[in-house]
Design a protein around this ligand. Structure first.
Ligand code: ATP
Length: 298
C-alpha cells in the first residue's frame, strides 16, 4: 500500500507544480485584469486594419506618449516614433530609460498620461482590445515556460497547430537540434529532467510560441542576463527569421543583436534622444556612440 500511496502523493505534487506554472502562463497570455487597466471603448464600426510593408500608414505610432507609474515620478515624456509594417525597430538606452515601459504601454497594460498609441492610424483606445492583442505577440524578459513538454508549451496559444507547424516554429528559433536530439521529440519535457534549460533557449521557445499565432507585430524584451556568444548569434538569427513577414519592436540590452535593425530609437531619461540606423547613430548621437563603444562595436 505504501508504494502506490507514495506514487499518488508524488503525482499530486507534480500536478500542483504543473498547475502553478500553467496558471502563470495563462496569466501572461490572458493578462491579468490588474494590469489590464486600459478601458475598452471601441468606436462604433472600428475595424482593425493590418498595413502591409510599404504602406504609407505605419503599423504602430507613438505620438507624444507621457506616462508615470501610479506610485512614482514620470517615466516617459513626449515619446514619439513609428514602426512601419514589416520593419525592425530597436529600443536602446541606459538602464531605467523606460524601454520596457514602452512595450507595456503598447500592450495596453497601463493608461497613458498623455499622447496616443495608434495602430494603422487609429487610436488603440478606439479599437477592440482582444482583436488588437491577437495581432501582437509579446515576449517578456523572463519568458514563461511551462513545466510540461515542448509540444504543450507551443500549443498554449494555438492549440490547433499541427506537428509540421510546430517543427517549423522550432526551426525559426534555432531549437530543432535541441528537441530532435531526444527520442521523445516534441514530447520531451522541458525542465529539470528535460531539455531547454538555458535562459536563451527558454526565451526562444517563448518566441516560437508567439510566432505560431502569426502576430503582425512582435514585441520582444531581450533578456538582460548575459547570453553566451552562441546563444546571442541564435537570438540574432531568430530575430531575422521573425522579421520575415512581420514588424518587430525589440528592447535591446546588447546592441549587437539589433545592429542591423531598420531603425534604432535611443531613449534616455524617458525621452527619445535620437532615431536612426546603427551607422547614422554612431556618427551623430553621442549617447549611442558611448553605448556602442562600451560594447566594442565601434
Ligand atoms: P532596463 O534596461 O534596466 O530594463 P528600462 O529602460 O527597460 O530599464 P523600465 O523598466 O521601463 O526601464 O523602467 C523605467 C523606470 O520606471 C525605472 O525608473 C523603473 O524603476 C520604473 N518602473 C518600472 N516598472 C515599474 C513598476 N511596475 N512600478 C513602478 N515603477 C516602475
Amino acid at each position: 500500500l505504501v508504494m502506490p500511496l507514495g506514487q499518488v502523493i508524488g503525482s499530486y505534487t507534480q500536478l500542483q507544480t504543473g498547475l502553478g506554472a500553467l496558471a502563470r502562463v495563462q496569466e501572461v497570455l490572458a493578462l491579468d485584469p490588474e494590469h489590464d487597466e486600459v478601458a475598452e471603448r471601441p468606436a462604433a464600426g472600428a475595424v482593425l486594419r493590418v498595413p502591409r510593408a510599404g504602406d504609407p500608414v505605419p503599423l504602430l505610432e507613438l505620438d507624444g506618449v507621457g506616462f508615470g507609474y501610479p506610485d512614482g515620478t514620470p517615466v516617459l515624456d513626449g515619446v514619439s516614433f513609428t514602426v512601419p509594417a514589416g520593419s525592425r525597430t530597436a529600443l536602446v538606452g541606459p538602464s531605467g530609460a523606460g524601454k520596457s515601459t514602452v512595450l507595456a504601454l503598447v500592450e495596453g497594460f497601463y493608461p497613458l498620461t498623455s499622447g496616443a498609441v495608434r495602430w494603422a492610424g487609429t487610436d488603440v483606445r478606439e479599437l477592440p482590445r482582444a482583436a488588437l492583442r491577437a495581432r501582437m505577440g509579446y515576449v517578456e524578459q523572463e519568458a514563461p515556460v511551462l513545466a510540461g513538454t515542448v509540444r504543450e508549451n507551443l500549443l498554449l496559444a494555438t492549440p490547433d497547430a499541427d506537428d509540421a507547424q510546430l517543427w517549423q516554429a522550432l526551426a525559426d528559433v534555432g531549437l530543432t537540434a535541441v528537441v530532435a536530439r531526444s527520442p521523445l521529440g516534441l514530447d520531451v519535457p522541458v525542465g529539470d529532467d528535460g531539455v531547454l534549460l538555458s535562459g536563451g533557449e527558454r526565451q526562444r521557445l517563448a518566441i516560437a510560441r508567439s510566432l505560431l499565432s502569426r502576430p503582425a507585430l512582435l514585441l520582444l524584451d531581450e533578456p538582460t542576463a548575459s547570453l553566451d556568444a552562441r546563444n546571442e548569434q541564435l537570438l540574432r538569427d531568430t530575430l531575422a527569421a521573425a522579421a520575415a513577414d512581420r514588424a518587430l519592436l525589440v528592447v535591446a540590452h546588447r546592441l549587437s543583436t539589433v545592429i542591423d535593425s531598420d531603425q534604432i530609437v535611443v531613449l534616455d531619461g524617458g525621452r527619445v534622444v535620437a532615431v536612426g540606423t546603427h551607422a547614422e547613430l554612431v556618427d551623430t548621437d553621442p549617447l549611442y556612440r558611448e553605448l556602442a563603444t562600451a560594447q566594442l562595436l565601434v
